[in-house]
Design a protein around this ligand. Structure first.
Ligand SMILES: [Zn+2]
Ligand SMILES: [Zn+2]
Length: 135
């Protein structure tokens, strides 16, 4: 990500660098609020608006993708590769789903349409929450 960043010619401010470092390899699919809470420890004066704007800039440049799977808030994913997600209703965690879904192949042959992107959202309970529910 940081390598891509330099190629985009964006000015690397300390705040932007901090957001980049936080997101690099981050699998938690954080919300803007979660990024803000994490950065506040290092930058006590940083505002939520600043973090939000940085995330929007990164999204616009294709460094991260926005996910609309969580019904309560936008989530961000530094992994911009093609993959699906699972949302747990109980703990609100987002998981990457690596599945080949036959339906998606069929969608590519939709008459008259050119499908450029497909993303499947799965909802339910993660393994941990399933176990807790049974107790
Ligand atoms: Zn869960
Ligand atoms: Zn993901």
């Amino acid at each position: 990500m940081i390598k891509n960043y330099q190629a985009l010619g964006l000015k690397l401010t300390p705040q932007r660098l901090a957001v980049l470092n936080y997101l690099e390899g981050n699998k938690s699919h954080p919300s803007a609020e979660a990024v803000f809470q994490a950065l506040k420890k290092k930058f006590p004066t940083i505002s939520f608006a600043t973090v939000y704007n940085i995330l929007e800039t990164f999204k616009a440049k294709g460094l991260i993708q926005e996910l609309n799977i969580d019904p309560t808030r936008k989530r961000f994913d530094p992994d911009t590769s093609f993959h699906h997600h699972f949302y747990c209703f109980s703990c609100n965690q987002l998981f990457d789903v690596d599945l080949a879904i036959p339906l998606l192949k069929e969608a590519r042959s939709l008459e008259g349409f050119e499908v450029q992107k497909t993303q499947v959202n799965f909802y339910g309970l993660c393994p941990k929450c399933r176990v807790n529910k049974r107790k």
